[in-house]
Design a protein around this ligand. Sequence first.
Ligand code: GLU
Length: 456
Amino acid sequence: MNDDKRFDGDRKDLERFMDGVVQRNPDEKEFHQAVHEVAADVLPFIAEHDRYQRGKLLERMTEPDRVVSFRVSWIDDQGQPQVHRGWRVQFNNAIGPYKGGLRFDPGLTESVLKFLGFEQCFKNALTGLPIGGAKGGANFDPKGRSDDEIMRFCQALMNQLVHYIGPNRDIPAGDIGVGQREIGYLFGQYRTLTREFVGALTGKGVSFGGSELRTEATGYGVLYFVQDMLDRADGDLDGQRIAISGAGNVALHAAEKAIALGARVVTLSDSGGTMHDADGLEREQLETVKRMKQDRGCRIEQVAEKLGWDFQEGKAPWAAECDIALPCATQNELDGDDAQTLIDNGCRLVAEGANMPCTADAVERFQDADVLYAPGKAANAGGVAVSGLERAQNAQHLVWTRDRVDDELQKIMRDIHDRCERHGGDGNGGPVNYRKGANIAGFEKLADAMIAQGVL
Ligand code: GLU
C-alpha cells in the first residue's frame, strides 16, 4: 500500500475528502452532512496516527457494501394495486452482521438511508456489541392506512427483503413508521417464507422472541446517557425542565423516564405543532398522551386540548424555556436559529434522541456556547443495543427478565459515555466534546476490525 501519510489534519484535507464524497454521491445532501460531521473529527485523528493512514479506511467506510432497491407491489383495501420502492443499504459488516432499522416514510430517499446506514455503523460500534451497520425501508406512508393494508404492505416488502437478511447476515428492526406491529407482520412473513423461526428481525413482540424493554430502550437510553453527562458535570435531573420534540416511540419513552427521574417535561410535538406547559407533564397525563397518540393516532393538537395545555400551531418546541433539549423527531429538525434561541433561553444540555436532528450550524452554535451536546449515535444507541440483546437472547433460546435487560442497557449507555469521554475529553476533567469522542471511538473500533481483516 503506497498511500501513506495522506492526511495532515488541516482543513484542506477535509475539503479534498468531501469533494470526493460529493462527486461520488451527487445530490445526497443528508449523506454529505453525516460524512462531513464524522470526517471533521476523524481526519485530524488519522493524521496523528500512523496506523490509520494506510488502507483508505475512511474512503472504504463511506462507501456502502451494497445498496439494494426493489419494487413492492400490493393491493389496497379498495382492490387497487399500489407500487412502492423498498431499500436495504448494507453499509459495513466488519464488526458483526448488518444491523439497523427499517423506515416507512413517503419522503424517504437513498440519501437519507445512506446517512442513516453510515451513522448506524458508528453507533453500533459504540455499543460494544458485535453488530455492523445497515438501514432500509420504503417510501410508503403508513398514515391513514388500515391494519390490513399495513399487513399486506409488510408481507409484500418481506417477499423481497427475505433475500438479503438473516440472523447472521442482516437483522432489520424498526425506525420511524415501523413499530412492533409492523415488525410482527414482517417476521410472520419471513418465518412463512423461510420455514425457520430465527432472530432475523428485532423489535418483535415479547410473546414470539422479542426482548423485554426493546420498545422503551431508545427513549430510556437517552435519559440514562443524559444522567451520565450530568453526573460528570456535577448536576442531576431533579426539577430540570426538558423540552422534547416528537410524540413517537422515542419521545414518549424519553418523557416517561425523564418524569420517573424527577424532571419536568414541558413540551411534546408533531408535524402540526407543539404542546407546551411550564409545569410539565404528570405521569397520568403521559398515559393519556400515549393512548391518544399510539392507539388512536390522534394529533398533538387534540392531545393539548384534552390536557388543557397550550398548543402552538406549526411551531417546534425550541422557543420553550428549558434546561435540557431532547430532539426526538427526525433529521434536521433543529437549525442554527433554533439553537440560538435555546442558548439565549438558558438551555445547557442537548442530547439527540433522533438521528441527526441538529443541523451542522446548530451543533456548532451549541459547542461555541459550551452547551453540552451529545450526538444521536451515542445518546440514542440504547435502541439498537437492546436489539443486540434481543439477538443474543434469540441465539441462546432464552428470555431475560426486564430488570436484567435494564441493567445491561444502563451499563451499555455508561460504557458509551466513557468511550466518548476517553476520546472527547481534554484529559484534565474539562467539558467533553461528545461529538468528537463518539466519532473517534466508533472509527477506531471499526478501523481496527477492517485493518485486521485486510483490504476488502
Ligand atoms: N432504528 C433504530 C436506530 O436508529 C434501531 C435499530 C435497530 O434496533 O436495529 O438505531
